[in-house]
Design a protein around this ligand. Structure first.
Ligand code: PEP
Length: 256
């Protein structure tokens, strides 16, 4: 059985170390007894060090929301993966739709970042997902297939096992519109089928595929109990310890 993983993506919120600590101080006791879910919180860069220190000895892990693929150099404003390793950051989100759409990140760039993250032992959470027009014109599976082919280009079987995939339909992110459990499950099953074709069934069955897009306590149970949904990437609802812990509890129940 795959262990569900819930990621809280704070986006450009809670960036002051004190704010991050305040949030984590509330979250940690709420989830301390949950052993069957991986819990990852992704604060802005400015709160990473403080958050990593603060969660030491707890079951909450910390991830970054982005990184560049070069080690060092003239890349003003970017963050090196080596810096993330140096502060003992464990996870990194790559290819979030806000990175793809607002900052024009391509599948090729995300593939470079992914290879770099894997090469230095950061655990990548890689997001893919379609736009509303693509869904409405029946192109969802084509888009997902292209993103899978290009984002995971030349990723070996050993490497893909270290990756968490986040299926995030863009029309459901931050909009309050959630994919129905059936819509999400259909695409998760499709992603697993693509992984089976590319690697093999045993490998595909081990890979965790999170759903992201307006997950909240009221819809988490129904989404997370779907066979191919192995947790969630949570934006808005991760900004309150109570709502994030309710989603984590729903993930825990889904595998009991
Ligand atoms: C996200 O940021 O990955 C996300 C899914 O956001 P929200 O939960 O707010 O839709």
């Amino acid at each position: 059985m795959r262990k569900p993983i819930i990621g809280g993506n704070w986006k450009m919120n809670r960036g002051a170390p004190a704010e991050a600590k305040e949030m984590l101080e509330k979250l940690i006791p709420l989830v301390k007894d949950i052993e069957n879910v991986d819990v990852v919180v992704c604060p802005p860069f400015t709160a990473l060090t403080a958050s990593i220190e603060f969660v030491k000895g707890t079951n909450v892990k910390i991830g970054a929301q982005n990184m560049y693929f070069e080690d060092t150099g003239a890349f003003t404003g970017e963050i090196s993966p080596l810096f993330l390793r140096a502060i003992e950051c464990e996870y990194v989100i790559l290819g979030h739709s806000e990175r793809r759409n607002i900052f024009k990140e391509s599948d090729d760039l995300i593939n470079k970042k992914l290879k770099k993250a894997l090469s230095i032992g950061l655990k990548p959470i890689v997001a893919i997902g379609e736009h509303l027009e693509e869904r409405e014109s029946g192109k969802t599976k084509d888009v997902i297939q292209r993103q899978m082919d290009e984002t995971f280009k030349d990723i070996s079987k050993e490497e893909i096992l270290k990756i968490v995939i986040a299926y995030e339909p863009i029309w459901a992110i931050g909009t309050g519109k959630t994919a129905t459990p059936e819509q999400a499950e259909e695409i998760h099953a499709f992603i697993r089928e693509l992984l089976t074709q590319r690697y093999d069934k045993e490998t595909a069955d081990l890979i965790r595929i999170q759903y992201g897009g307006s997950i909240k306590p009221s819809n988490a149970n129904d989404l997370l109990k779907q066979k191919n949904i192995d947790g969630g990437l949570v934006g808005g609802a991760s900004l309150q310890a109570n709502s994030l812990s309710e989603v984590i509890n729903a993930a825990s129940k889904s595998v009991q």
